[in-house]
Design a protein. Structure first.
Length: 149
């Protein structure tokens, strides 16, 4: 049984999904991060964190999540406290079709992540040829850490 912590990057869509439903793997993963579970370490950069904030504070997201700005601030504060901050000394652009995916990739590459967790696996697959990390759905990653630990 492997007891090593998994270093991962969450695509913004994982954070969004985790706040929309408590039933899915995205919520379970966010809960593990907030509870500071020893099996999981989320990697963050300032640009990626600002992307999380911008998306989560959109009016349509607040309405869909039934949350207030203060609730989002609390969640973001917990993510910032639990996340490992990664400096981005080297930009790997362009690697992917979507410029917003590039910031996720750069955190993973510069932070030596084991995986990017996303619902848009196909968008990141070109990067797997160059970098040594997995592109996993939240359910696949959640099953993996449950199985390994």
């Amino acid at each position: 049984m492997n007891k090593l912590k998994k270093f991962v990057v969450f695509d913004t869509n994982i954070i969004v999904a985790s706040l929309r439903s408590r039933r899915g793997a995205s919520f379970q993963l966010l809960k593990l991060v907030i509870e500071d579970d020893p099996r999981l370490q989320i990697l963050l950069s300032i640009p990626l964190f600002l992307e999380y904030e911008a998306v989560l504070k959109r009016e349509e997201q607040l309405a869909a999540n039934h949350l207030q700005i203060e609730d989002i601030d609390t969640i973001l504060d917990m993510l910032a406290a639990r996340g490992k901050k990664i400096k981005i000394p080297f930009l790997w652009r362009p690697q992917l079709n979507d410029p917003k995916d590039e910031m996720v990739l750069e955190v993973a590459a510069n932070g030596q992540a084991e995986a990017i967790i996303t619902f848009n696996r196909k968008d990141f697959l070109p990067a797997t040829k160059r970098f040594n990390f997995q592109i996993l759905s939240p359910s696949a990653f959640y099953a993996q850490i449950q199985e390994e630990h």
